[in-house]
Design a protein around this ligand. Sequence first.
Ligand SMILES: Nc1ncnc2c1ncn2[C@@H]1O[C@H](COP(=O)(O)OP(=O)(O)OP(=O)(O)O)[C@@H](O)[C@H]1O
Length: 232
Amino acid sequence: MSLLEVSGVNSYYGDSHILFDVGMRVEKNEVVALLGRNGAGKSTTFKSLAGVVKPKTGSVKLDGVEVAGKKAHEIAMAGLQLVHEERRVFGSLNVEENIVLAGLTAKNKWPLERIYSIFPRLHERKTSRGTDLSGGEQQMLAIARALVRDPKIILLDEPFEGLAPVIVQDLIRVCHDLAKAGQTIVLIEQNLAAAMALASRAYILNNGQIVHEGTTAELKKQPEVIQRYLGV
Ligand SMILES: Nc1ncnc2c1ncn2[C@@H]1O[C@H](COP(=O)(O)OP(=O)(O)OP(=O)(O)O)[C@@H](O)[C@H]1O
């Protein structure tokens, strides 16, 4: 049994059919990338897994438990944490308050020291308000808010978007460390090099359908697939 098993997911916005029979599986401790052009349905897939969008049909099993159709907070309680592209942090609260608040309703939570050992920068900035953080710091905080709840799996929607290359390198290192420590991660990433650097396997979405699945090592050797589905 895989940690996450998704099959036959069809999702809509109103009458618009966006996802067509999406299926994927993620093993415990894996880092998997979800790739595809703008509008391919990547964010909708994440939202469908996290219960933000309710799939019309299909199955989403987290650690053997069916969560499709459940509410977003129930799925979060079950151990799936979505880190939205918009990096939702509370601007009026400081860094530490943001982290503590995120952990309040969690069954198990990480001690703050564990969060700060991963993100020393957040420790330095712990009394700064969310609004005073740089984009990179906000992304660290958004990830910290997910991790503090001791998730079984985290979904990172374009975690490196709009960040300076030096910050991206820093975050890639953090993701590597998390993966080494056994954290299961699925990420959406437009930056193919960054995705390949992190993920051992990838799925490619095109027009709401999974059109390719394989290891990133294999994908690197298939420029025609990259060009067909990811080329601009
Ligand atoms: N709230 C919404 N209401 C209606 N249509 C939407 C909504 N959000 C997304 N869509 C449409 O659904 C399709 C898939 O969008 P989605 O955001 O999942 O794609 P994506 O692969 O994540 O692309 P991007 O990188 O641009 O976010 C697009 O055609 C988009 O216009």
